[in-house]
Ligand binder design. Structure first.
Ligand code: NDP
Ligand code: 2IT
Length: 451
């Protein structure tokens, strides 16, 4: 097929998906990113054509929407929306995080669930794809309010999940505290202590390194990309967005690998520390964000040589490597242009879909190495898979053992990207990740018949 025909085919496919859910912008963006590579691949591999695989994959197997009523500290009734999208179970039970953020809606959870199918496939583990969450905003809520919300959320969700059906984990706004409250209520309702959650406390069934896994895995992936290019992270300047779970541990591993990390951010703006964030400074950030639940601008009070830039994103800072680790569509055209102009050579996503389609095209045109989240942030869910294995075996692995497994998984994901994404002397990681992720799911779906 010619390039023009590919474009027409892609347009037709996207139009047909759009007709069914015209307002789901984020979901349509995620589908287009996959379809751009998968439709031509299906054309070249006729065994996939008749099975209408992509047409089936864009339709979640099931989605539940529910009401979450709870009482705030003033004894007033609050109502939130609850969701779980069980997208694809071709490779295993539904697996994916829960997000609590006021922006959460069906489109966002469908985009995340759809991405999760391919990401989980890339890990090589037996994991299907799903995602869920709520428009509940944990910011500014008391501990008791968060607990009551989590208990109400689980009072409905518990009937839809289970250790052989669907295993949730954390995502934005859902960390160890929320997982603890949700697991507690799940256990109470089912009268069973099972592995129906990952990211659990390490004293009660959680895996060592699950907290660190997404950020660490991201850096293991970046290391593979750089090595493949005959380079290393040593002495490189790194810009990171976000200051939550993924950003903190990406920062930690980058420092360990000899890089200089100069930014972190939150939705208020970013901090720039020209001297580099050290392990000691990072401990301050962890306490600030995880215990005090305060804002990143406080960093400049503790370290006055750092500067805070309100309502700005860190892409304007000169760097060699950029790691978006906050949220979707946070790296837009303008940011991408600034990165190119300042000599950035590599962008790897810690967040899910942080780079807009226009920004990706700018990276492509300028030969920037660009890794999509479904490959580079898969270390989190991969370690969730390792937590599930440990729970099934009823034992706990050492940190060293989990780290070794995580490194091996990230290396294998990199190998798959190279295998399917090789173009002349370069690797198109976006193409490689999408096709490699697709193939395993597609083969399983064909073998399981029309379901
Ligand atoms: P956290 O809740 O721990 O941290 C989120 C960070 O992103 C905070 O700094 C937050 O700032 C910022 N952020 C959130 N929403 C926005 C927004 N709309 N605009 C600007 N900044 C925002 O979440 P995680 O670190 O767990 O998740 C970060 C990203 O990584 C997400 O895209 C998530 O889907 C992805 N991811 C997470 C995995 C995990 O294991 N946790 C695994 C793989 C991917 P603020 O405090 O101001 O809201
Ligand atoms: O986006 C993701 O991969 C996650 N939030 C982690 C999912 C999981 O099940 O560990």
């Amino acid at each position: 097929m010619s390039t023009n025909n590919h474009q027409t085919q892609l347009k037709g496919f996207i139009e047909s998906v759009k007709a069914k859910q015209p307002h789901e912008e984020e979901f349509l963006q995620a589908v287009e990113e996959v379809a751009e590579f998968i439709l031509p691949f299906i054309e070249e591999n006729p065994k996939y054509k008749k099975a209408k695989l992509l047409e089936r994959m864009v339709e979640p197997e099931r989605a539940v929407l529910f009401r979450v009523p709870w009482l705030d500290d003033k004894n007033e009734i609050q109502i939130n929306k609850g969701f779980r999208v069980q997208f694809n179970s071709a490779l295993g039970l539904y697996k994916g995080g829960l997000r609590f953020h006021p922006s959460v809606n069906l489109s966002i959870l469908k985009f995340l669930g759809f991405e999760q199918i391919f990401k989980n496939s890339l890990t090589g583990l037996p994991l299907g794809g799903g995602k869920g969450g709520s428009d509940f905003d944990p910011k500014g809520k008391s501990n008791e309010e968060v607990m009551r919300f989590c208990q109400s959320f689980m009072t409905e969700l518990f009937r839809h999940i289970g250790s052989e059906t669907d295993i949730p984990a954390g995502d934005i706004g859902v960390g160890a505290r929320e997982v603890g409250y949700m697991f507690g209520q799940y256990k109470r309702l089912t009268n069973e202590f099972t592995g129906t959650f990952t990211g659990k406390g390490v004293k009660w069934g959680g895996s060592l390194l699950r907290t660190e896994a997404t950020g660490y895995g991201l850096l293991y992936f970046v290391k593979e990309m750089m090595q493949h290019n005959g380079d290393s992270l040593e002495g490189k300047t790194v810009v990171i967005s976000g200051s939550g779970n993924v950003a903190q541990y990406a920062c930690e591993k980058a420092i360990e690998m000899g890089a200089k990390v100069v930014t972190l951010s939150d939705s208020d703006g970013y901090i720039y520390d020209k001297d580099g964030i050290t392990h000691e400074k990072l401990e301050f950030v962890k306490e600030l964000k995880n215990e005090k639940r305060a804002r990143i601008k406080e960093y400049t009070k503790q370290y006055p040589s750092a500067k805070f830039f309100g309502d700005k994103r860190p892409w304007e800072v000169k760097c060699d490597v950029a790691l978006p680790c906050a949220t979707q569509n946070e790296l837009e055209e303008e940011g991408a242009k600034a990165l190119v102009k300042n000599g950035c050579k590599l962008v790897a996503e810690g967040a899910n879909m942080p780079t807009t389609t226009e920004a990706i095209h700018i990276f492509e045109k300028n030969d920037i190495l660009y890794a999509p989240g479904k490959a580079s942030n898969a270390g989190g869910v991969a370690t969730s898979g390792l937590e599930m294995t440990q729970n099934s075996l009823r034992l706990s692995w050492t940190k060293e053992k989990v780290d070794e497994e995580l490194k091996a998984i990230m290396r294998k994901i990199h190998d798959q990207c190279v295998e399917y994404g090789k173009e002349n002397n370069n690797v198109n990681y976006l193409k490689g990740a999408n096709i490699a992720g697709f193939v395993r799911v597609a083969d399983a779906m064909i073998e399981q018949g029309v379901v």
